[in-house]
Design a protein around this ligand. Structure first.
Ligand code: IPM
Ligand code: MG
Length: 387
């Protein structure tokens, strides 16, 4: 019974395994992290994306160009605008990232990216893979670093979310074995796990953090989460000064709302899907996903983005000029420190705090009752001029 269905499923599964084993070989031969200090010119690609993306990303670019004016003038830094990562283009070409756009991205060293629309069932778009997920895979951006800070509550968390494997590795390639049976796959590799866990411990070591926590569901998802946890425990032995502990995702989700315990967590390292979920929860305490920035870091490329969506309705209603650019500007601050402009980055973080928390001379409401994104970017730049 169902022999044909099973054979077809096996064939599909076989192809997935071949692809993943190829990826393992690539990871085995991977070089070290790019050293930006050795480059003559650091190329920053600015990729607007969909909806409010181009409007807010354009403002973030103005702020970065202001901070790096001398570097741009001397040719140490170059900005490149990358158009074409729009849902219309991706739908027309039936590609998660149109090949021409991918080539342009690959000519940059770091990328500042606006939000991109991910088609869902029932949308007018074909079922193309998420541009985010595709970019993480294509550029091998394996570490998704998401800081969440609420100083007045003593919260200072840094999430190291694995970004290329887990439930996302072949998330759009599950198998409908029959009309009644669907199967998805979760992927873990030694190389992919080692590099994310090492990145988390190295970050902790370099930043004076004393605790790294792994989050899995290894009691149930025994093979993949089990492997992730085993590797975590092995690598932890190399970092004797850092406390390493592990929690299951369900209780961790609960602990993040436990005001007595949550401030004790520092660096958290976790597989892709748990990282996706837990970082939205964490960002909510800080003021919502719109307040968080996210760094997607690989050995050769790095991409920085806001974690909010593309808000197409704001564009339809002509309100995109009033969209809040702060989250993508925050992503810009992460980009600056990543490429070595630490002072400029700190200045920008400080200005963001002044403009959004302490002074708040302008407010963004998302409509004509508040400031435009351009006015807000001006406000941030004026604030930095006074520093
Ligand atoms: C995120 C987002 C993405 C993800 C979506 C937009 C594909 O939720 O960056 O967390 O699931 O990773
Ligand atoms: Mg998410």
């Amino acid at each position: 019974m169902y022999t044909e269905n099973i054979e077809r499923a096996k064939e599909q599964f076989g192809k997935l395994l071949e692809e993943q084993l190829k990826r393992v070989e690539v990871m085995k031969n991977q070089g070290d992290f790019l050293n930006y200090k050795e480059l003559d010119t650091i190329i920053i690609g600015v990729c607007g994306g969909d909806g409010i993306g181009p409007a807010i990303t354009g403002q973030a670019q103005r702020v970065l160009e202001f901070l790096l004016a001398n570097e741009v003038a001397s040719g140490n830094v170059e900005f490149r605008t990358i158009d074409g990562l729009t849902i219309e283009r991706r739908a027309a070409e039936n590609a998660a990232i149109p090949p021409v756009v991918l080539d342009e991205l690959k000519e940059c060293h770091v990328i500042l990216k606006g939000p991109t629309t991910t088609p869902r069932k029932g949308d007018p778009w074909p079922n193309v893979e998420s541009a985010n997920v595709a970019m993480r895979k294509e550029l091998d951006l394996f570490a998704n670093v998401r800081p969440v800070r609420i100083p007045e509550q003593g919260i200072d968390w840094t999430f190291y979310r694995e970004n290329t494997e887990g439930a996302y590795a072949v998330g759009s390639k599950g198998v409908h074995v029959t009309n009644d049976l669907g199967v998805d796959f979760t992927v873990v590799t030694t190389q992919g796990t080692e590099r994310i866990i090492r990145a988390a411990f190295e970050y902790a070591k370099a930043n004076g953090k004393t605790r790294v926590t792994a989050v899995t569901k290894a009691n149930i998802i025994k093979t993949t989460d089990g492997k992730f946890l085993d590797i975590f425990k092995e690598i932890a032995k190399e970092y004797q000064d850092i406390t390493a502990d592990d929690w299951y995702i369900d209780i961790m989700t609960a602990k993040l709302v436990d005001e007595k315990r949550r401030r004790d967590f520092q660096v958290l390292v976790l597989p892709n899907l748990y990282g996706d979920i837990l970082t939205d929860e964490a960002a909510e305490f800080q003021g919502g996903v719109g307040t968080a920035g996210s760094a997607n870091i690989g050995k050769r490329y790095a991409m920085f983005e806001a974690i909010h969506g593309s808000a197409p309705r704001m564009v339809e209603e002509g309100r995109d000029i009033y969209a809040d650019p702060c989250s993508v500007i925050r992503a810009g601050a992460m980009l600056l420190s990543h490429i070595g402009y630490v002072e400029e980055s700190e200045k920008l973080y400080k200005a963001l705090d002044i403009c959004t928390i302490t002074e708040k001379k302008l407010v963004i409401t998302g409509r004509d009752t508040g400031a435009t994104s351009a006015e807000f970017a001006d406000y941030i730049m004026q604030t930095m001029k006074k520093m």
